[in-house]
Design a protein around this ligand. Structure first.
Ligand SMILES: *[C@@H]1O[C@H](CO)[C@@H](O)[C@H](O)[C@H]1NC(C)=O
Ligand SMILES: [Zn+2]
Length: 376
């Protein structure tokens, strides 16, 4: 019997994701996380999220609108979709509370409607809801700052993705031999418990999304059978933005991705483009080996419903948790902004390598030249 090469190809392609480390020139060309985006008073990305945003309240709607406006006005190539659900909670007195997840996706332009099952994606994920108590809780590290970091990643890579895909198309992309990689930002609602953390009082948005995506089948013969399967790696950011963070490598099966991220951090530091100067790196466990302790599974977070369905997880959560965790002090004033900016740039660098953007990041001198030209 003979297996046709045609049937073997998609499976093989999934195994060999192209990955080129960024050169120093490209690392330096990554857009900086600026004060005008990350200032806690009026920073365009961060400040609008630093308000109470409990699911089903006006604060939540305002923050969701901020995300939608950000993509619609600045990044129109991103496809926005919602995944909505509702549930009673221990504090809702029988009333259904709405939960709205926002998903922003950029796929290669040659992926036409009905072919979504051919794209493998890097999913960058954070929750945007805030905790009901203590009253007035902001949740700056939990997870307003991580959400702003993800907006920064989308904004940083947008033009380079356009350039890269245009050049691939010029070379005849779409013929089926290159891998089709997309980038997805998932902003989840309802992570926090309303009363005390249990399996039913927590992860409202994540549970609804994972369940719905498992049941959303792509056309038969698709490379990826449903939108969950399309996630090559689920990178969850949480509790980031305090000074001197330590993020361990939690999962043996994605330690390779942790090592790539740690290498991006190390090279960005060596290139002197980061703003903070911590005593040790944010990601100190790149050298950890098989015999070490892997703590994955001990921290319950939005990855759980995805992990239970076989999605590969890279969990970027500080351990120990920030001192301000679940207190009123987890607000803008207690963020360490250079650390927030560095996480944004490191995550963008990792995503740029994942999306193979070497050669497509505009150098600063190029940018300055463009600006000068437009001033003439
Ligand atoms: C989900 O909720 C959002 C925000 O309320 C709304 O704009 C959107 O239309 C809803 N989508 C669906 C599919 O119901
Ligand atoms: Zn929390």
């Amino acid at each position: 019997m003979k297996l046709s090469a045609f049937f073997l190809l998609p499976a093989l392609l999934r195994e060999c994701i192209a990955y080129t480390a960024l050169s120093d020139t490209s690392l330096r060309a990554l857009p900086p996380a600026t004060d005008s985006d990350f200032n806690i008073k009026d920073g365009k990305l961060l400040a609008p999220i630093l308000i109470p945003r409990v699911p089903g309240t006006p604060g939540s709607e305002k923050v969701l609108k901020h995300f939608i406006d950000f993509f619609t006005n600045n990044l129109p190539e991103w496809r926005l979709s919602f995944q909505n659900s509702s549930s009673t909670t221990p504090t809702s007195h029988g009333k259904e509370i709405p939960f709205v997840n926002l998903i922003a996706t950029r796929d290669p332009p040659w992926i036409l409607d009905g072919h979504e099952g051919e794209v493998g994606r890097l999913a960058l994920v954070a929750h945007y809801d805030s905790k009901l108590t203590p009253t007035g809780f902001i949740g700056a590290t939990d997870s307003a700052a991580p959400c702003a970091m993800l907006l920064h990643v989308a904004q940083s890579l947008d033009a380079s993705l356009t350039k890269k895909w245009a050049s691939m198309e010029a070379e005849g992309a779409g013929s089926g031999l290159e891998d089709h990689k997309g980038l997805q930002i998932i902003l989840l609602d309802g992570e926090e418990a309303f009363q005390t953390w249990t399996h039913t009082d927590s992860l409202y948005g994540a549970r609804a999304l994972a369940e719905e995506w498992e049941d959303t089948m792509h056309p038969a013969m698709s490379t990826y059978k449903n939108p969950l399967d399309s996630i090559d790696l689920f990178v969850l950011l949480d509790l980031l933005g305090s000074a001197e963070p330590t993020v361990p490598s939690y999962f043996r099966t994605t330690h390779w991705a942790y090592q790539l991220l740690a290498s991006v951090e190390e090279r960005l530091r060596a290139a002197k483009v980061l703003a903070s100067s911590p005593k040790k790196s944010f990601l100190p466990e790149a050298e950890k080996d098989e015999s070490c302790r892997w703590l994955g599974g001990y921290i319950e977070d939005d990855h759980l419903p995805f992990m239970a369905r076989g999605v590969e997880i890279l969990h970027l959560i500080a351990s120990p948790f920030p001192h301000v965790w679940h207190t009123k002090d987890d607000d803008g004033e207690h963020l360490d902004i250079p650390t927030v900016q560095d996480w944004a740039v490191i995550t963008a660098g990792f995503a740029a390598e994942w999306m193979d953007l070497e050669g497509f990041l505009e150098s600063k001198s190029e940018r300055r030249w463009e600006e000068e030209k437009s001033e003439l």
